[in-house]
Design a protein around this ligand. Structure first.
Ligand code: ADP
Length: 575
């Protein structure tokens, strides 16, 4: 099949030549034969017309013997058979045979035609001479009297042999033409198929990765244009490939040089790319091609990858591996359905954080007892001393001692809460009742500040599973803040539920938290207005505690400021 184009073009040409010859040859032979017969018919007719006068005068004088000898002499001389027939069909004279021995010619086709139309011709096999002959017959007339019919005839074997000669010559010429045509077709087909074969060969080379191949053709035609385009295309591919491989190398060196562990997991869970740091972290040098669960047998990591596959987004979580802590970030790449994982070693930061927390907890613990003692002694002094000036200073000491005790208590509570979900003591909690009970604590405060408290419970609120004491802490802090930072107006507490989540909103008409502070108010010790917070006995730890407790319950807390209206805290908890 290698030369299929060549074969197709060549055999196509061959077929066309054969068909043309097969059609034209029989037609042209027949046309030539007809032309010859027509020419002979005309000359025989002319002969008959020429002889008419002579023969009619011999017949008029009834000189039949003279007529016969004249006809025989003439026939021999001009090599044409001549026959004279009377109107009844009897042969009167013939150049070949004795007339008396010849049968009646009245029924001969050419004779019938000549009598009827004045001229008759026929091409047929002669029974008397046993050959194919051309007959021409005309009536012999003189002065309006018809004396008989003059018939001249010729053997067609001469025409046939002439035509056969002609046929042979034409066939020879045709054969030469066919050979020339076929050589031309062969060269043309080869010229056409050769560059195509070259292009095919070059394409196979390109497919095998050889972009240096070029197709060099001569001339200016469409195939040359195709070859030029092909060469341009391979040049472009070559350039693109080298650019791509450069970029790939660059990317590979970047990936391998970064300190973070990096790997790419495909949709089957197989690691397709990993860098050196990742291999070092998992202590495995050949992770490529392995499934991630073979390489990292950590439930938390497995859960993280499954969550990313399910949610098709980005998730960051901490994982513990070989006594080290890593910040693991997994990002879903939609176009290739892959997950890019980075592992950042945060062990040092974690240790530092722990040291800091331990320090705060230890200091708080150490301070707690002396502070309680100081508070006790200050109260005793206050109760036993009547001096007004002393009372004033003792009050200041007492206020500051109370503040420090609150800070210490809050810090201890925070360190207890931080990151420990097992610190929850879960029970069935009816939030309507829980909040209603808390409100009693604030009755005095509300009265003092002349504030209205509106409570909108939700009668269909489902019971949730939570730590009731910690939730009390949450709502005490939030309602306390709402009252603390509201000078006039109201505090509205509303409960509702939707899609397996309960929502508790605490809205006040107090001072608005400026927008730029909203994102930071849940940080430890973050206060918007330090002097106001201190004056109101704040520690800056209340919202931090709230956030931790809500997160331990897998809930969320949001805050909205409504300029000119107040602040709105929204706690959402799962049922
Ligand atoms: P604090 O003990 O100082 O109240 P929190 O952590 O409870 O500390 O609150 C942090 C800061 O957030 C407060 O100092 C206050 O500026 C602001 N804040 C909290 N609740 C409200 C509120 N309802 N209205 C206005 N500001 C508030």
């Amino acid at each position: 099949m290698k030369n299929s184009i060549f074969l197709k073009i060549f055999s196509g040409y061959l077929l066309i030549v054969i068909v043309i010859l097969a059609i034209t040859f029989p037609f042209s032979f027949r046309a030539i034969r007809h032309h010859h017969i027509d020419t002979l018919t005309d000359s025989l007719k002319n002969l008959c017309v020429t002889l008419n006068f002579k023969i009619s005068s011999l017949l008029e004088d009834n000189r039949l013997e003279d007529l016969d000898s004249f006809i025989k002499d003439l026939g021999k001389e001009i090599e044409t058979r001549i026959t004279v027939i009377n109107p009844e069909g009897a042969v009167l004279a013939d150049s070949e045979k004795k007339p008396s021995l010849m049968e009646n010619h009245r029924k001969r086709f050419e004779i019938i035609e000549a009598i009827k139309y004045g001229f008759g011709t026929s091409l047929r096999y002669s029974a008397s001479v046993k050959e194919e002959m051309l007959y021409v017959a005309v009536p012999i007339e003189n002065n309006g009297v018809t004396y008989g019919i003059l018939r001249a005839s010729l053997f067609l074997k001469e025409i046939n042999s002439l035509l056969n000669n002609l046929k042979m010559n034409i066939i020879k010429v045709a054969a030469i033409i066919v050979i020339i045509l076929l050589i031309g077709a062969f060269l043309f087909s080869r010229n056409l198929s050769k560059p195509l074969n070259e292009l095919g060969h070059a394409s196979r080379k390109v497919a095998q990765g050889d972009f240096s191949i070029k197709v060099l053709l001569k001339g200016r035609n469409e195939i040359k244009e195709l070859a030029d385009s092909f060469n341009y295309m391979t040049d472009q591919i070559n350039t693109l490939f080298s650019q791509l491989s450069n970029q790939k190398e660059e990317l590979n060196s970047i990936i391998s040089s970064i300190n973070e562990g990096l790997c790419v997991i495909d949709k089957e869970g197989v690691i397709s790319i990993s860098n050196k740091s990742f291999n070092n972290i998992v202590q495995n040098d050949s992770v490529k091609g392995k499934t991630y669960w073979e390489v990292l047998r950590i439930t938390r990591f497995d859960e993280l990858i499954q969550a990313v596959q399910r949610e098709k987004n980005s998730i960051v979580n901490e994982i513990e591996l070989n006594n080290r802590t890593f910040l693991c970030s997994a990002t879903y790449c939609a176009n290739k359905e892959e997950i890019v994982v980075t592992l950042h070693d945060i062990t040092k930061i974690k240790n530092l954080e722990k040291t800091k927390k331990d320090f705060v907890t230890n200091v708080s613990h150490e301070l707690r007892t002396p502070l309680t003692a100081i508070k006790g002694f200050v109260e005793t002094l206050h109760d036993t001393n009547d001096n007004e000036e002393d009372q004033h200073y003792l009050n200041i000491i007492k206020r500051h001692t109370d503040r420090v005790i609150r800070i210490v208590n809050d810090l201890l509570l925070l360190s207890k809460l931080e990151g420990k979900s097992d610190s929850l003591e879960l029970d069935k909690v009816n939030l309507n009742n829980l909040i209603e009970n808390i409100l009693k604590i604030f009755e005095q405060n509300l009265k003092e500040k002349n504030l209205v408290l509106k409570f909108n419970p939700d009668s269909s609120l489902p019971v949730i599973k939570a730590d009731p004491f910690k939730l009390e802490q949450v709502f005490i802090n939030l309602i306390d803040n709402a009252i603390k930072y509201t000078e006039r107006g109201e505090v509205v507490i509303s409960l509702s539920h939707k899609k397996g989540m309960v929502t508790i909103e605490i809205q006040d008409t107090g001072i608005c938290i400026p927008k730029e502070h909203l994102s930071r108010i849940f940080e430890r010790f973050y206060v918007v207005d330090t002097s106001r917070s201190r004056k109101l006995g704040g520690t800056g730890l209340g919202l931090s505690i709230v956030k931790h407790i809500v997160h331990l319950h897998n809930g969320r807390i949001d805050v909205k400021n409504i300029p000119g209206t107040g602040t709105n805290f929204i706690v959402t908890l799962p049922v």
